[in-house]
Design a protein around this ligand. Structure first.
Ligand SMILES: Nc1nc2c(ncn2[C@@H]2O[C@H](COP(=O)(O)OP(=O)(O)OP(=O)(O)O)[C@@H](O)[C@H]2O)c(=O)[nH]1
Ligand SMILES: [Zn+2]
Ligand SMILES: [Zn+2]
Ligand SMILES: [Zn+2]
Length: 271
């Protein structure tokens, strides 16, 4: 899809794609280099987070699977326990950032225009717009898309992929790149299971395990408060692990998917 949609040239890296080339050069492998630039920027972002002891979590899913609802419930439950902040990514509108701010937590909205994922340059600009003092956990809500976000390192420490029960239990089999990138999978909207007689949580888990994934699968309903304790405990243990790494001068990055990256690292483009 990305060969035709051009989604790898974003507002964050356009200056790299279209910088002038030397006289006599007619074409350059611009797009391949964009991912290398992205990784440099991501390492810089991660250094920002580690210097402050912040745990950064990237939320990825289909549009509408419940990322913002999960964040709203998490903020209500944990904002007195931890300093929280959110970077929101959407094609258009400030709606999600407004929902987060209404809960009393700082949020910066990135509107990508046509780009179907966030990149490290966009996140860098956003993080310099946020007051990160006192923040323990920074959430990045990626653009709703089950493909491209898996191939871009943003500087986060952990990836969380949401699968809502309205999407079908075979999604991990159909979108393996995204589910292989996950450090935890949240099965969302489980309050709807009684009316969805064709979604089998055991089958969804089997599809995930067939990818050789051993990560936690957390069934939750943000709306009804079901299963949320396990999610909060996962966040607490990840924050403790991040602090232990930082104390040792170490860091962590999630599994960026090279097979996803190959979707983006394509054409020779004339400039
Ligand atoms: N029944 C039920 N509905 C939910 C739950 N979580 C979210 N929803 C509904 O699902 C719809 C989408 O939720 P959002 O939280 O906006 O989803 P999102 O993933 O942030 O959406 P995008 O940012 O557009 O990709 C809304 O109508 C929510 O009210 C849940 O736990 N149970
Ligand atoms: Zn794409
Ligand atoms: Zn959202
Ligand atoms: Zn910086």
């Amino acid at each position: 899809m990305c060969d035709s949609c051009g989604c790898n040239v974003t507002s964050g890296n356009r200056h790299l794609a279209y910088k002038p080339v030397k006289a006599g050069t007619s074409a350059v492998s611009v797009l391949k280099k964009l991912l290398a630039h992205n990784d440099d920027q991501a390492a810089h972002n991660r250094a920002h987070f580690d210097a402050r002891g912040i745990l950064t979590i990237n939320l990825m899913s289909s549009p509408g699977s419940g990322k913002t609802a999960l964040l709203e419930a998490t903020i209500d439950a944990l904002k007195d326990e931890f300093g929280l902040a959110v970077i929101e990514g959407d094609l258009e509108t400030e709606n999600d950032a407004a929902r987060i701010r209404a809960r009393g937590v700082p949020a910066h909205q990135i509107t990508t225009g046509s780009a179907c994922h966030l990149d490290a340059h966009m996140v860098h600009e956003a993080l310099h717009q946020l007051d990160l003092s006192g923040v323990d956990i920074l959430f990045v809500e990626n653009v709703g898309n089950l493909v491209c976000p898996a191939s871009f390192d943003l500087g986060q420490h952990r990836n969380v992929t949401l699968l809502s029960v309205t999407e079908g239990d075979d999604k991990p089999a159909k979108y393996p790149v995204m589910f292989r990138a996950a450090d935890a999978v949240v099965l969302s909207k489980v309050d709807l299971l009684p009316v969805l007689d064709d979604f089998d949580p055991a089958r969804a888990e089997l599809c995930l395990r067939q990818l050789a994934s051993t990560v936690p699968l957390l069934p939750v309903s943000a709306r009804k408060g079901q299963g949320m304790t396990a999610w909060y405990d996962w966040l607490r243990s990840e924050l403790a692990a991040q602090r232990a790494r930082v104390a040792l001068g170490k860091t962590a990055k999630p599994f960026i998917q090279l097979d996803g990256a190959s979707l983006h690292a394509h054409a020779e483009v004339s400039v």
